[in-house]
Ligand binder design. Structure first.
Ligand code: ADP
Length: 355
């Protein structure tokens, strides 16, 4: 396989009138390395169905090669973007401090316990806490300041991608491993968020089939860029039952819908507290139904449990420390729903391809 053969294959891909789907001038460059083909298209957006057809055409003709198409900085590797039957799930919080990172870690560990290969990507630029929660403390790899632009945008063949960290059976990467200071983030803003997260998805040697992203907090530009530019299969909301928290999440919901990113459901965190004296369940917030009314289903409810924060500080998440407890049980229920949802989502693609 070489560049010319790949270009010829692309030129042979035509619509019903015989016009090439990807005209010569839309193809900026073609790189072929052992086991890997990368086609860089124009900066202009190319319709998704054209990417899907070009990808499956090349993949079928080039057995043994991982095929990747890049277009205006976006990357497409088949499936919903990250590869066939591979998924990127964003855990989104809206309001800060609702337990987004805690839920992202527990969900990842539970999915891994179910037999998935799972990676967790800490994308919370304002407070990358996931490594701390998992007890991952890399030293030698840290750099001060932002990655140079050329490095973030570099295209790396699979064999030269950086390896994720490993902990408790998870693959782990964090924006905190590559950007250690907050000041440059504000300065580089939008460019950095999208490039960095994309880079951490596509230019890291994940073996994971599911990457769970602990999304940037808030409803601001970082979230909007993520929703627009990353290959998300779906999103999980984390909120408290408080109306204010759900109002924030509702704003993000609008962006997700606008960009056709489906919502898997929501986890209501800190929903209740068990009274230490009489074991009665006490509601901590008024129970808002705002998100449910907007069509988001409840995947599960996690009670307020001080052990969740204590164990996070020790780097041993509660679902591992107390795997038979009620919190672990609720996460098992939540993860089972996510697993079913992903299986349905894979089936939808197969059905669409067969139609
Ligand atoms: P976010 O990522 O939304 O900012 P975190 O996951 O960092 O939120 O959680 C904020 C704080 O609340 C942390 O100290 C965490 O340990 C604690 N926490 C999260 N969920 C619970 C819970 N269900 N019970 C008790 N403490 C919790």
């Amino acid at each position: 396989m070489d560049e010319r053969a790949v270009r010829e294959l692309l030129a042979a891909l035509t619509d019903s009138a015989g016009t090439p789907l990807l005209a010569e001038e839309l193809i900026t460059s073609v790189t072929v390395e052992p086991g890997w083909i990368a086609v860089i298209l124009t900066e202009q957006p190319v319709p998704r169905d054209v990417l899907v057809r070009a990808h499956s055409h090349l993949s079928a003709a080039c057995a043994g090669y991982e095929v990747e198409l890049r277009c205006g900085g976006r990357v497409f590797r088949g499936g919903y973007g990250f590869g066939a039957k591979r998924h990127v799930i964003a855990v989104i919080g809206g309001k800060g401090g609702v337990g987004k990172s805690t839920i992202a870690v527990s969900l990842s560990l539970t999915l891994a316990a179910m037999g998935f290969r799972v990676g967790v990507l800490d994308g919370d630029l304002n407070g990358p806490d996931i490594p701390h929660m998992l007890g991952v403390h890399p030293k030698k790899d840290r750099q001060r300041g932002a990655w140079p632009r050329e490095r973030v945008n570099a295209i790396r063949a699979p064999q030269s991608r950086r390896k994720p960290y490993q902990r408790w059976g998870l693959e782990v990467m964090s924006v905190g491993f590559v950007v250690t200071e907050r000041a440059p983030l504000a300065a580089t803003g939008r460019w950095l968020v999208s490039s960095l997260l994309r880079n951490l998805i596509f230019d890291v040697a994940w073996t994971a089939d599911i990457i769970v992203i602990d999304a940037p907090p808030g409803t601001g530009e970082e979230i909007q860029v993520m929703v627009r530019e990353l290959p998300l299969s779906g999103a999980v909301f984390v909120t408290t039952p408080q109306d204010l928290a759900q109002m924030d999440a509702e704003r993000t919901l609008a962006h997700l819908r606008e960009h056709d990113v489906p919502v898997i459901g929501m986890v209501q965190n800190m929903a209740s507290l068990s009274c230490p004296h009489c074991a009665e369940s006490i509601d901590l917030y008024g129970a808002s139904t705002r998100l449910e009314d907007a069509g988001v289903r409840v995947l599960g409810r996690i009670p307020f449990d001080t052990r969740l924060s204590v164990t996070a500080d020790r780097g041993l998440p509660l679902v591992l420390g107390d795997p038979r407890g009620p919190v672990a049980y609720e996460f098992a229920r939540i993860s089972a729903s996510v697993r079913r949802w992903l299986a349905d989502r894979d089936q939808q693609l197969l059905d669409a391809a067969a139609a």
